[in-house]
Design a protein around this ligand. Structure first.
Ligand code: DX5
Ligand code: ZN
Length: 227
């Protein structure tokens, strides 16, 4: 495969939890670049998914970066546990972080890369004071809480505006997108400027094997970039 300008981060939320280790290994072997780990607390978002013990459980199974997405209130209470369990990237929601700069600093002090996520209705302007400090911005392309939802078409403009802003300030931060990414939407988000594509159901719940499903995402992006 030619050098690609984006990464795929399979989300284990859609994997078979009874075979979690094998699912992570399959995503790793199939060329998944990061493993996306969705932590939900039943407050910030309705469901409870799992917590740091799952990070700990999968850490020995892959050497790929563990990309931990904290959909929780009071994320600062969980950062140390997640880092000690083996997280490489810790992303907090701006809507759950009144003291965002402190959280970012805490993540960096723990030796992890620091990300901030924005819900669909949260404006990019809320990043005004913090953007230069970030290693990653996660644009939610669905409302967080559930796998298998439909991509919100309004996301394209938001991704493109953030791409332009990051380029203007010379930021190397990753621009990650999460929610409803599949073969029909992957090319659009890459063209708009996303560099990391989270994919849950498109990797673990689609018709093919994990490897076939990841390849389908790459093929969809390449088909559109040739023209
Ligand atoms: C949703 C989670 C996502 C989820 C994506 O709130 O943050 O990471 O796993 O699932 P799909 O790719 O199925 O939309
Ligand atoms: Zn996520």
């Amino acid at each position: 495969m030619p050098d690609k300008n984006y990464k795929i981060a399979p989300s284990i939320l859609s994997s078979d939890f009874a075979r979690l280790g094998e699912e992570v290994q399959a995503a790793d072997a199939a060329g998944g670049d990061w493993i996306h780990v969705d932590i939900m607390d039943g407050h910030f978002v309705p469901p409870i998914s799992f917590g740091s013990p799952i990070i700990n459980a999968i850490r020995p199974v892959t050497s790929k970066p563990l990309d931990v997405h904290l959909m929780v209130q009071h994320p600062e209470r969980h950062l140390e546990d997640c880092a000690k369990s083996g997280a490489d990237i810790l992303t907090v929601h701006i809507e759950a972080s009144p003291h965002l700069q402190r959280n970012i600093q805490m993540i960096k002090d723990l030796g992890c890369r620091a990300g901030v996520s924005l819900n669909p209705a949260t404006p990019l302007s809320s990043l005004d004071e913090i953007l230069p400090e970030l290693d990653l911005v996660l644009i939610m392309t669905v409302n967080p809480g559930f796998g298998g939802q439909s991509y919100l078409p309004s996301s394209r403009r938001k991704i493109a505006r953030l791409r332009q802003w990051l380029d203007e300030i010379g930021s190397q931060a990753e621009l990650e997108v999460d929610g409803g990414i599949h073969a029909g939407t992957a090319a659009e988000v890459v063209q708009a400027g996303a560099t990391v594509l989270v994919a849950g159901s498109a990797v673990f719940n689609d018709r093919g094997s994990v490897a076939e499903n990841i390849k389908r995402l790459h093929d969809a992006v390449e088909a559109r970039s040739v023209v």
